[in-house]
Design a protein around this ligand. Structure first.
Ligand SMILES: Cc1cc2nc3c(=O)[nH]c(=O)nc-3n(C[C@H](O)[C@H](O)[C@H](O)COP(=O)(O)OP(=O)(O)OC[C@H]3O[C@@H](n4cnc5c(N)ncnc54)[C@H](O)[C@@H]3O)c2cc1C
Length: 422
C-alpha cells in the first residue's frame, strides 16, 4: 500500500499528543513507531500474512530506529519508555501490521518486565544489584546486536491461565539449571535469539509451586532446543507461533530475566503486565476504522476513486464505528495509564474490561467495516480481510482471554477476597 505525505498528516491526527496529554519525548517515540508503520510495515504486511513468514526485515528496522530497545532504561542504552508510551507506540505498529506488533510485544515484555516493572517490586539490595548486572547483559545484546527475545509461556494446560505451576521444569544444577518441557503457540519460534521461558524451579524431591516460577532467556541455539509442528493459522500468520521443545537444556544463571520469586510477585502485584497484548488489537480496531473512512471517500490505495460516502446508511455505520472506537480507546487509555504496582480493585476490574473491549471490539469493528465497505473491499489485495482475521485472534490470548476476563469481572465484582456463600 502506498502512503502519501498528505495521508501521514491526516492519519497522524488520530494519535494527537495533546488529546492524550503526552510530553514531547513520549510523542516523539510514538510518532517514530507510527512513521515506521505507515511508511514501511504497511507495505510488507500482506506478504508476511500470505506466506505465514516472520517479519525479519521489520525487526531490522525496529533495531535501526531504536524501537527494539523501547522499554530498556536509558542508562542501558534504550529509549526508556514507560508502560503507557510503549502501549501507544505498539498500537501504532498494530495499525499497520498486526503480526509485527504482537511479536514485538513478546520481545518488549522481556525488557519491560525485567525493567520498569521489576523496579517497582520488592528485592533486597544484594538481589537487586545482581538483577541489575544480569539485565545489563540482556539489554546490551538487544541494543548493540539487535537480539530478539520471545515469551513462550502457554503449555496447553491450566498454567498459562495462572491456575497451576508451569509444567516446564528447571532443575537447579551447578552454574544454572537443566530445563525440560514444551511450549505451544510460541510466537517467534525459529526467529527469536532467546526464548523467555516461564518455568518452575524444582529441586529433587520438591513439589511444583507457582511461587517458584523462573523467567529464563534460553538461547535459541542451545543444545536440546527444537522447534516442531507446522504453522498455517487463520490470522496473525506472521507470528510463526509453533511448538518449542526443551530436552535437558542447560541454561546458565545469567539467563534469569527476573530473580527467584519475582515473577510470582509481579503476577500478584502488577496485574497490568498481562494487558500488554491489547495495544496490538487497539491498533487493529483503528485500522478497520481508518480503512472504512478512506474507502468510502474513494481514497483507499489500490481501489478506483469511487465515492460511497453520500449514502446515509454508510454515514450511520461510520458514526457507529467512531463511537465504538472512541469507547474502546477511552477505557483502554485509562487502563494503560493506571498500570502500576498494587492497583486498586477498581483499576484491576477496569484493566480486564479494557482488555475485553479491545480484543472483542477490534473484531466487531472489522466486521462492521466489511459489511459497510462491501464485497470489493474484502478482496485479498486490500488489508481489510487481514485485519478481520488478525483481530479474531485477540480474545484467545491467555492469561486474559475474553472468557477469563468475563469470569474474573463477574466473580471479583460480586465477591470480596475470602467471601463464600457457605
Ligand atoms: C496468534 C497467536 C499467538 C500466540 N503467541 C503466544 C506466545 O508468544 N506465547 C504464549 O505463551 N502464548 C501464545 N499464544 C497462545 C495463547 O496465549 C493461548 O495460550 C492459546 O491460544 C490457548 O490455546 P487454547 O485456546 O487451545 O487453550 P485452552 O487452554 O484449551 O483454552 C480454551 C479456552 O478456555 C478458556 N480457559 C482456559 N483456561 C481456563 C481456566 N482455567 N478457567 C476458565 N476458562 C479457561 C479460555 O477462554 C481459553 O480461550 C498465541 C496464540 C495465538 C492465537
Amino acid at each position: 500500500m502506498d502512503i502519501q505525505d498528505g495521508d501521514l498528516v491526516r492519519l497522524a491526527r488520530d494519535g494527537d499528543p495533546a488529546a492524550f496529554r503526552l510530553n514531547d519525548e513520549q510523542a516523539a517515540i510514538i510518532a517514530s513507531a507510527r512513521e515506521l508503520g505507515q511508511r514501511v510495515f504497511a507495505g510488507r504486511a500482506a506478504a508476511y500474512d500470505r506466506d505465514a513468514k516472520f517479519p525479519t526485515e521489520n525487526y531490522r528496522d525496529l533495531h535501526r530506529s531504536g524501537l527494539l530497545g523501547i522499554a530498556i532504561p536509558k542508562k542501558h542504552g534504550g529509549l526508556g519508555a514507560d508502560y503507557q508510551t510503549y502501549a501507544l507506540a505498539a498500537a501504532e505498529i498494530g495499525r499497520y501490521c498486526g503480526a509485527t506488533a504482537l511479536t514485538w510485544n513478546m520481545h518488549v515484555c522481556s525488557t519491560l518486565w525485567s525493567g520498569a516493572l521489576a523496579d517497582d517490586l520488592e528485592m533486597d539490595a544484594t538481589t537487586r544489584a545482581e538483577h541489575e548486572r544480569r539485565r545489563a547483559v540482556h539489554y546490551k545484546r538487544i541494543v548493540d546486536d539487535g537480539a530478539i527475545y520471545s515469551q513462550p509461556f502457554s503449555e496447553g494446560g491450566a498454567a498459562a491461565a495462572g491456575g497451576v505451576a508451569f509444567g516446564t521444569e528447571a532443575k537447579p544444577v551447578k552454574g544454572g539449571w537443566i530445563v525440560n518441557g514444551k511450549k505451544i503457540f510460541a510466537s517467534l519460534s525459529g526467529h527469536a535469539d532467546y526464548y523467555g521461558v516461564l518455568c518452575t524451579e524444582i529441586a529433587e524431591g520438591e513439589k511444583a509451586s507457582r511461587r517458584n516460577t523462573l523467567y529464563l532467556a534460553v538461547p535459541a541455539k542451545a543444545d536440546g532446543v527444537s522447534v516442531v509442528g507446522d504453522w498455517d493459522p487463520l490470522g496473525m500468520r506472521g507470528t510463526v507461533s509453533r511448538t518449542l521443545l526443551f530436552k535437558d537444556v542447560f541454561v546458565a544463571e545469567d539467563a534469569a530475566l527476573m530473580p527467584r520469586g519475582v515473577y510470582f510477585q509481579a503476577a500478584m502485584r502488577w496485574p497490568h503486565m498481562f494487558l500488554t497484548l491489547s495495544p496490538t488489537y487497539m491498533g487493529l480496531a483503528q485500522a478497520a476504522y481508518d480503512f472504512t473512512v478512506r474507502y468510502l471517500r474513494g481514497e483507499a490505495p489500490g481501489t478506483p476513486p469511487v465515492k460511497r460516502r453520500m449514502y446515509p446508511t454508510k454515514q450511520i455505520a461510520v458514526a457507529q464505528m467512531q463511537i465504538k472506537l472512541e469507547q474502546i480507546k477511552a477505557i483502554w487509555f485509562q487502563a494503560i495509564t493506571e498500570a502500576r504496582a498494587n492497583p486498586t480493585k477498581e483499576q484491576v476490574l477496569r484493566a480486564y474490561a479494557a482488555q475485553y473491549s479491545a480484543m472483542e471490539g477490534a473484531n466487531e469493528l472489522a466486521t462492521l467495516a466489511i459489511r459497510t465497505c462491501g464485497g470489493q473491499a474484502m478482496l485479498k489485495s486490500l488489508p481489510l480481510e487481514r485485519i478481520y482475521r488478525d483481530s479474531r485472534c485477540g480474545s484467545l490470548m491467555l492469561p486474559w482471554t475474553a472468557e477469563l476476563c468475563l469470569d474474573r469481572i463477574g466473580r471479583e465484582a460480586l465477591y470480596e477476597t475470602g467471601e463464600t456463600d457457605d
